[in-house]
Design a protein around this ligand. Structure first.
Ligand code: ADP
Length: 253
């Protein structure tokens, strides 16, 4: 359940001035599937931006994030993270899966689940230090989860589960965050907390790529929008540009 993206502990320096993320002609498919999940996706994401990945169900958003997280491999094409190949530095990328992909019945406390995010720095043999526990404590407080730390994860509400997943990604102190539907089934309070955290991350120069169905506040919450459809990027730009283009296309048909 607490699968971490990379199993090695190598650390490779980022290449100065390279985009946070680059896709070049990414083609991906699942075993036994008759259609491609991604049909040649190319785009780049500068460092320090918040980008939304939008598109209907099945358009390839999760697949794209999983490729960057190193959980799937592309059939062809290249992905670079700060100029380096996927897996070159597992510390650099934190992945927040969809809430439904986690087994919330697993008998573990919120604190222990979030601490798992520190293991990319520890390896599996070293015990977490006082500083690791302090980091977990700080992030739980930032996300309004401090009082829930000793609770079993099965006792969390949907919004609390999303915040716990975000906490686990944050304690990793990655430079690139990949968030798969972090706002699905969250209450207004959780949504506001998550938006504030993303804002703070980008002010620290970190980059976030967020797959989302929530289209109502794209302009305010994201610097770049990439719209996927049937495994290809259909439009890109700022929220305002993408909305204008979509409206213009709708008016033409
Ligand atoms: P989205 O996140 O936009 O809903 P996905 O990346 O989950 O899209 O899916 C892209 C395509 O890949 C869809 O056609 C979907 O049916 C297919 N797909 C996704 N996961 C699997 C899987 N585990 N096995 C087979 N096909 C899959």
């Amino acid at each position: 359940m607490f699968h971490l993206p990379y199993s090695g502990r190598r650390h490779v320096e980022r290449i100065a001035n390279a985009p946070a993320l680059e896709f070049e002609g990414i083609v991906a498919s699942y075993p036994g599937a008759t259609t491609l999940a991604l049909r040649g996706v190319s785009f780049a994401l500068p460092a320090g931006v918040r980008a939304a990945l939008v598109g209907p169900n099945g358009s390839g958003k999760s697949t794209l994030l999983k490729l960057v997280a190193g959980l799937l491999r592309p059939q062809s094409g290249t992905i670079r993270i700060h100029g380096q190949p996927v897996g070159a530095c597992h510390h650099r990328v934190a992945y927040l899966p969809q809430r439904g992909e986690v087994d919330w019945r697993f008998p573990v406390t919120v604190e222990r689940m979030v601490l798992a995010g520190r293991y990319v720095h520890l390896g599996w043999l070293r015990q977490p230090s006082r500083a690791d526990r302090q980091r977990v404590h700080d992030v739980l407080a930032q996300l309004g989860l401090a009082e829930l730390a000793p609770r079993q994860i099965s006792q969390l509400s949907g919004g609390q589960q999303q915040r716990a997943l975000l906490a686990r990604a944050l304690v990793q102190e990655a430079e690139l965050l990949l968030l798969d539907e972090p706002l699905s089934a969250v209450d207004a309070a959780s949504r506001a907390i998550i938006a504030a955290v993303l804002d703070a991350l980008c002010h620290q120069g970190k980059t976030a790529l967020v797959a989302t169905h929530h289209l109502d506040r794209l302009d305010e919450e994201y610097d770049h929008i990439f719209a996927l459809e049937d495994g290809a990027v259909e439009s890109r730009g700022t929220g305002e540009q993408v909305n204008k283009r979509e409206t213009a296309i709708e008016a033409m048909v």
